[in-house]
Design a protein around this ligand. Sequence first.
Ligand code: PXP
Length: 237
Amino acid sequence: MADLGVNIDHVATVRQARRTYEPDPVWAAALAELGGADGITLHLREDRRHIQDRDLRILRETVTVKLNLEMACNDDVLAIACQIQPDQATLVPERREEITTEGGLDVASQKARVAEVMARLRDAGVSISLFLDPDPRQIDAAAELKADAVELHTGRYAMARPGPQRHHELEMLRQMGARIREAGMALHAGHGLTYPNVRPVATIEGMHELNIGHSIVARAILVGFEQAVREMKRLVS
Ligand code: PXP
């Protein structure tokens, strides 16, 4: 059975739309724990578009399950990570103009830099997961660097139409999952997973952790909307 890491970035996205105090991702993390989350995941981006430094600081104090920090190989965020010491850091690529993390980290062509970042995080007692495309070249590079885990990018699977194309993407995830485990690394996956498409990924052999954000936040807005309107209606009338 896979663990569920709940990504709370988009709770912060709604807050940052007004630069106000609500909704607070710290509250969302507590509710996610009540709902059974095995981990809380957040991405402190260089441009601070959603999660803020204050969120990470407070969450380190309040989260009682695994705290997983997604981060780029960026010196500023690395220094913060080493100071705050999340349980796990997931190294991801980052481009300012992207809407979300678009592809996996290209570890194969920047092994030296990734090794340096991993060494700093290890010294701070942080376990390391690398967010990679389901590409054997990248997975072999992660194994060489002795990453603790690889998170397979499930974006292509999630975007594929149901049918042969999706089947092919799922098969790639299965094969790369086996390669990751054979190399002694833990198997994680995430990106674009939704209520309808998650089960085939969750049941890949040896799947240890799934990180899911957007779909959970989207559903939370809709399942909570009616009650929120009722409460406001009572006040207004
Ligand atoms: N895993 C990683 C490494 C990510 O960058 C993201 C998006 O922030 C997720 C998982 C969650 O993706 P989604 O929000 O599409 O569920």
